[in-house]
Design a protein around this ligand. Structure first.
Ligand code: BG6
Length: 488
């Protein structure tokens, strides 16, 4: 268990805290993973008593689908760990109240004043809160460790991400900073590293000699979910591509790290991100496709198009779908394209990484030659499958594709929420699953040209895919005549 600590959640009455963070903390605590000396201080701009916050938190736990079933009496005990402070994030007062909470925790438990500050607020508050904590010396580690967790989005482009990194570093050392990308907390994303580097049979094939191309897909069936205010500013490139898909890409393409530790792994991720062939604005047309959903049918029901969603600007050109071809200029991957795609209102929710191998060099059997595929299913139906050709029973030599399947549920364990994994890691001081400053920077560099080309330019083709379909036709052309997106 981590040392005694206080978790300070800024934006504690927000959506993320309610839906994800509080259930994750509760689950960890109930499993005994947080030790007995643990407190949670919610901080917000909204005036509220401790009691009201406790009610809010317990209500959130009861209503979230992600909350583990409470043992008898455990909600009541958890309630006692909760406190609330409020104030203006631009002033000093609220931070001195937080300071007092840490003093109180120390008096109650003894030990040191360890604190994890979790910024679960709109991004415009990241810098003011970081500065406020700094002004009051709350970053100072002489009385206990101090760490800061920063939610997404980390900047809205390269420039603002750099600005935010600089601002954060005026107060914090990089070793105290934990940038969240919840995809890295997913069990099967970590399994990708386990499979690649815990086995001898995959790595020898993991290169330009054997791989034809790689497809990374994160398709979502959900639409906007009432998030127009955020999404109209972000769009799919900032919301999914720059962070989640780039992370999946880096883990798939990176070299083997020398050790399973934070810096060794992050060094390798940065190396491969740096090797991605730049996509200047002028090249975007050749390597990227944007889309926006129109109305359509999902699961038998009519759903509105993006532009009809409440809060979306009339004639909005915000993309809800992107497909992009990345090329890597290094020895391992020269000539092997990585195709990434993600979108909202696609036919179903599925995240997958598929390594598609080259065809056998010579066809000696009737019929065409198929490519073998090793597919990592990140969610749902987590698992790994290998597709290859086999003889079908009978007199003739006829081949058919078959699939060998490993299902993650064979372990029989309930998969943890990514947030509980990441929160615990941050409390333990393990930054392996948190993107480092330079990773975030390189991921922004890769998508910069795309943002430049698309932001603010009208998309006369929008909407260009009906809800419930696999995105715009142009995405198929991106793969060329001899390759196809996997049917998922
Ligand atoms: C979030 C995005 O980061 O990830 C959402 O803001 C998206 O738009 C979500 O729906 C997808 O996460 P998951 O874990 O449901 O695949």
């Amino acid at each position: 268990a981590p040392e005694p600590a206080t978790l300070v959640i800024f934006g504690a009455t927000g959506d993320l805290a309610r839906r994800k963070l509080l259930p994750a903390v509760f689950g960890l605590w109930q499993d005994g993973l947080l030790g007995s000396a643990f407190n949670i201080v919610g901080v917000g701009r909204q005036e509220m008593t401790d009691e009201a916050f406790k009610d809010f938190a317990i209500e959130a736990l009861k209503s979230s689908k992600e909350t583990d079933a409470p043992q008898p009496g455990s909600l009541e005990k958890f309630r006692e760990l909760l406190y609330y402070e409020f104030g203006d994030f631009g002033g000093d007062e609220v931070y001195s109240l937080v300071q007092k909470e840490l003093d109180r925790a120390e008096e109650a438990h003894g030990g040191r004043k360890n604190a994890l500050f979790y910024l679960s607020t709109p991004p415009s508050l990241f810098e003011p809160i970081s500065n406020g904590l700094g002004r009051l010396g709350l970053d100072d580690e002489s009385e206990g460790w101090r760490r800061i967790v920063i939610e997404k989005p980390f900047g809205r482009d390269l420039e603002s991400a750099r600005h935010l990194n600089d601002a954060i570093h005026k107060v914090w050392d990089e070793s105290q900073v934990y940038r969240i990308d919840h995809y890295l907390g997913k069990e099967t994303v970590q399994n990708l590293m386990a499979i690649r580097f815990g086995n001898a049979i995959f790595e020898p094939l993991w290169n330009r000699g054997y791989v034809d191309h790689v497809q990374i897909t994160a398709s979502e069936d959900l639409g906007l979910e009432g998030r127009a205010g955020y999404y109209e500013e972000a769009g799919v490139v900032r919301d999914m591509l720059q962070n989640h898909l780039m992370q999946l890409f880096a883990l798939t393409a990176m070299e083997a790290p020398a050790a399973f530790d934070a810096d060794a792994i992050r060094d390798e991720k940065v190396k491969v991100l740096r090797a991605v062939k730049p996509i200047p604005k002028g090249r975007v047309k050749q390597v990227a496709v944007r889309g926006q959903y129109g109305s359509g049918t999902m699961y038998g029901e009519r759903v509105p198009g993006y532009r009809e969603e409440p809060g979306v600007r009339e004639g909005s050109s915000t993309p809800t779908y992107v497909a992009v071809k990345l090329e890597i200029d290094n020895w391992r991957w020269q000539g092997v394209p990585f195709y990434l795609r993600t979108g909202k209102r696609l036919p179903k929710k599925v995240t997958e990484i598929a390594v598609v191998f080259k065809r056998p060099p010579l066809g000696i059997f009737p019929g065409g030659l198929e490519r073998n595929v090793l597919a990592f299913r990140i969610q749902p139906d987590e698992g790994v499958s290998l597709k290859f050709s086999s003889k079908t029973p009978g007199q003739e030599m006829v081949l058919r594709e078959v699939v060998m399947d490993f299902r993650y549920d064979a372990f029989g364990a309930q998969l943890e929420s990514p947030y509980s994994r990441l929160l615990l890691d941050a409390l333990l001081g393990d930054a392996t699953l948190f993107p480092r400053e330079d990773e975030v920077d390189h991921a922004w560099q890769i998508v910069s040209g795309i943002l430049e080309a698309w932001d603010g330019t009208k998309a006369p083709e929008f909407p260009n895919y009906p809800a419930g379909t696999w995105g715009p036709d142009a995405a198929d052309e991106l793969l060329g005549p001899d390759r196809r997106w996997r049917r998922l």
